[in-house]
Design a protein around this ligand. Structure first.
Ligand code: GMT
Length: 385
């Protein structure tokens, strides 16, 4: 198949899923064309069968708000025509599904069918899509998509209820490449790599996100402060975003800044995650929690909040621990209890990796997307006759 993929190319879960999906599809022999305003950040160096088409956005002085969604629709239609795409797959409904709808109409006017699949990721529904000014157009584009997938049952049900969607939505969960996201089983090597961040005997906690308010980054720092009060510990934060300076300020205010390491945006997060003892994800809302899955695949259980689709990923007490939003005392107490019981911690580490392999490996999930595309294309062909 020849598949066009559009996503937000910057740091964020939906862009990661779209990019990893493109890479996996290309490995399976499909031709993948990314269409976006810049190259997706995880695409570097893995480009066999992958093409990238930049969307130029004109900066004409009259445009106080340059119309990216229109430029995207034009580029989608062009790329589909020039490269004979079978379908488009857009990640994050706003504005990508609206642009795809326009591209489909543009080509239909010339007698060419271009079906598109929309994958819903989270904040496109839970935050942005519920803004009254975006809701009607987002709803329309979801309804009019040739296929819609959601990354968790929670998000699927929320979209149907909040947007009054009447068309089917199929859940296809987030996934992880279990060969790339893998534990470091060589203990000597792991100790050597950990030594960059923690002394022998110190606990290493980790967080990875885009530092948006929904991630509650200051809770990460508060939980760490409580843990570090009881045991020698270090915290690594990977990523960047609007709440970074608030977290940096808090680390200074609490006097723990020497033990809190802000690494910024990193390319090879799998190598860092595998060094951690525990992952912290105290989000306000998470429709799945891809970063926790990546940690689990590296044998690192998460201390997370019991929100959204997280319970579909983490089995509380088995592959991680779940707590109410904002309950930093309980999160720290749970982490400390786990860290003091090496048998339980090891069992949880093993269970986390096993569950990631059993339910969320790319080998299991990517074929679900391929079958979904085939179903959409078959329906498109049937409609032609
Ligand atoms: O987490 C974010 O704020 C980024 C956002 C995105 O779309 O880029 O992530 C969402 O999509 C991820 C991949 O499907 C999910 O694993 C995250 O749970 C989801 N984030 C939220 O629902 C807050």
């Amino acid at each position: 198949m020849r598949i066009g993929i559009t996503c937000y190319p910057t740091y964020g879960g939906s862009g990661v899923v779209a990019t990893e999906l493109g890479i996996e599809l290309a490995t399976l022999g499909h031709e993948v064309h990314f269409i976006s305003y810049s190259q997706p950040f995880r695409l570097n160096g893995r480009d066999d069968g992958i093409f990238y088409h930049e969307v130029p956005v004109s900066n004409y002085p009259l445009f106080e708000f340059p119309p990216y969604d229109l430029a995207l629709a034009s580029r989608m239609a062009e790329v589909a025509e020039y490269y004979n795409l079978d379908l488009l797959h857009v990640h994050y409904a706003i504005p990508h599904s609206v642009s795809a709808l326009l591209a489909r109409q543009m080509l239909a006017a010339r007698g060419r069918r271009l079906p598109f699949v929309t994958t819903l990721h989270g904040t496109d529904i839970t935050l942005v899509g519920l803004d009254r000014s975006y809701l009607p157009i987002t709803r329309h584009a979801i309804q009019e998509s040739d296929g819609v997938t959601s990354i968790s049952n929670y998000l699927r049900e929320k979209t149907i209820a909040d947007f009054e969607i009447t068309r089917p939505i199929q859940t296809i969960t987030n996934f992880v490449n279990c060969d790339v996201y893998t534990p470091i089983n060589d203990e000597e090597k792991r100790a050597r790599c950990r030594a960059h961040y923690a002394k022998p005997g110190e606990v290493l906690l980790m967080h990875l996100s885009n530092f948006r308010p929904v991630k509650r980054i200051t809770d990460v720092v508060k939980v760490f402060a409580l843990v570090a009060r009881e045991v020698p510990a270090q915290l690594i934060l990977i990523g960047d975003g609007p709440d970074r300076s608030a977290a940096e300020w808090l680390a200074h205010d609490l006097g723990i800044h020497a033990r809190v390491h802000f690494l910024g945006k990193q390319d090879r997060v799998s190598e860092l995650l595998a060094l951690a003892d525990l992952f912290l994800l105290p989000s306000q809302l998470e429709s799945f929690g891809l970063a926790a899955l990546e940690a689990m695949a590296c044998k690192v259980p998460a201390i997370a909040t019991h929100v959204g689709g997280v319970p579909e990923l983490i089995q509380d007490g088995v592959t991680g621990l779940l707590f109410p939003i904002g309950d930093v005392d309980a999160m720290a107490a749970g982490a400390l209890k786990l860290l003091s019981d090496s048998a339980r911690l090891n069992a949880m580490r093993e269970a986390a990796r096993k569950d990631a392999q059993k339910r969320f490996c790319a080998d299991l999930v990517v074929p679900q997307y391929v079958r979904f595309y085939e179903k959409i294309l078959a329906a498109t062909d049937a409609a032609k006759v």
